[in-house]
Every structure is written in structure tokens, then in C-alpha cells.
Design a protein around this ligand. Structure first.
Ligand SMILES: Cc1cc2nc3c(=O)[nH]c(=O)nc-3n(C[C@H](O)[C@H](O)[C@H](O)COP(=O)(O)O)c2cc1C
Length: 205
């Protein structure tokens, strides 16, 4: 099947070697974040925040608390993709534009709030799970947005979360879920690696 989205899924690979001489503009960074926020979230919570680390000084700071990975200083920008611990109390604000756009009838909001309350209120593990799902979907969406813009990406979990939180001013309700380095690929990166056979990972019931 030939379709640009399928081609992107087939063609994307993790970039280990970035061209350090090529930068990205404020507009490109803003567009990457805008597209990432098109990702779905539970109840449309949008419990995410993106810190774009681009200046040489800030990149060096991040690299120090991220296993000294050269990608962070070589890539044009590295996003700290944060998930936020939250519950139903943010929903009135998050759903107001949905009601205003005529998508959701106003009386439905209370039902969503009740469902979200039963899921998340005073349930730290569920809040944490949701923060991680949210940020992961965002990073997954950004990775393909970057691919479409001719940029390579490297997701990273090799960092010290406490140090990243402290040095980049994350709030007590924010988790640095992953780093996503974005920039122009240098030559000699590996292609996408083979995946486990479907027979090992797939069940049709
Ligand atoms: C959640 C996550 C964390 C990762 N952390 C790192 C990392 O810290 N450093 C690194 O070099 N690669 C990291 N990777 C990249 C993986 O090694 C890479 O995606 C995997 O080998 C598959 O490569 P491919 O997408 O090119 O086929 C990470 C990938 C993911 C999804």
C-alpha cells in the first residue's frame, strides 16, 4: 500500500548522528509543537508541556544530565516532553473550546468530569500512567511531523529525571517523560532496524 503516512512509518528511523552545522528556526520548532498537540489525549486533557532546548548553553546543561549523549548537542533542538499529573478539575477549561466549537453539547461536560474524577482523583499511579501516555503520544506524533519536515529524530530515556526536572524548572506535577532530539541527519545513520516477527507480538482473538 502506498500512502505518505505508511511511507513515513516504513521510512522513519532513529537518528544517532545529527549534522551539528544545521539549525532549525523558531517557526519550525513552533510548528513541531503545534503538530504534536494534535495527538489525542484521554478526555482531551492535553496534560503536556514541551521545553525546546536549543541554545548551546542549555544543550550543554541538558547533555550533562542525559548520559552525556552527543545527540543533544549535535541535534538542532531537543525537546523535553513533559506529562502532567492531573485530574478532572482541569476539564471545564479544556472542554470549553470543544463546546464553543459546537462539537460537544455543554451538558456532556459534567459526565466527562465525573468519569475523569473516578479515574484520576487521588489516584497517583493512574495520573502518572496518563501523563506518560500523553507525552508518549505527543512525542510519537512529533516524530512523524519532523519526518514530514525533512528532519530526523531520536527519542531518549537516557537521562536523570530528577536533575532534568530541577534544572529545567519542571513543576511538582510534571514528569520529564522523554527527550526527543530533532535535527538534520548526518550521513551513515543506520536504517530502521528489523522488528520482531508478528507471530511473536500479535494475537487475533
Ligand atoms: C522510549 C525510548 C527511549 C530511547 N532512549 C534512547 C536513548 O536514551 N539513547 C539512544 O541512543 N537511543 C534511545 N532510543 C532509541 C532506540 O534505541 C531506537 O528507537 C530503537 O533501537 C529502534 O530503532 P529504529 O527506530 O531506528 O528502528 C530510545 C527509543 C525509545 C522509543
Amino acid at each position: 500500500m502506498s500512502h505518505p503516512i505508511i511511507e513515513a512509518i516504513e521510512g522513519r528511523r532513529t537518528i544517532n548522528l545529527f549534522d551539528p552545522s544545521r539549525s532549525v528556526s523558531d517557526e519550525q520548532i513552533g510548528e513541531l509543537v503545534r503538530l504534536a498537540t494534535k495527538a489525542p489525549t484521554s478526555f482531551n486533557l492535553q496534560n503536556w508541556r514541551f521545553i525546546a532546548v536549543r541554545s548551546p548553553e542549555q544543550k550543554a546543561r541538558l547533555r550533562k544530565v542525559a548520559w552525556d549523549q552527543a545527540k543533544i548537542t549535535d541535534a538542532a533542538v531537543t525537546f523535553i516532553v513533559c506529562g502532567q499529573l492531573t485530574d478532572e478539575r482541569v476539564l471545564a477549561e479544556r472542554l470549553a473550546p470543544v463546546v464553543k466549537a459546537g462539537i460537544m453539547p455543554a451538558p456532556m461536560v459534567a459526565g466527562w468530569e465525573a468519569a475523569a474524577k473516578s479515574l484520576y482523583r487521588d489516584q497517583p499511579w493512574r495520573q502518572r500512567d496518563e501523563a506518560i501516555r500523553t507525552a508518549t503520544f505527543a512525542a510519537g506524533t512529533m516524530l512523524f511531523a519532523a519526518h514530514a519536515m525533512g528532519l530526523g529524530t531520536a527519542p531518549m530515556i537516557g537521562f536523570d529525571p530528577e536533575a532534568v526536572s530541577e534544572q529545567f524548572g519542571l513543576g511538582p506535577d510534571e514528569i520529564p517523560v522523554l527527550l526527543l532530539a530533532v535535527g538534520y541527519a548526518a550521513p551513515d545513520n543506520w536504517p530502521q532496524k528489523p522488528r520482531r516477527p508478528l507471530s511473536q507480538v500479535f494475537e487475533l482473538v
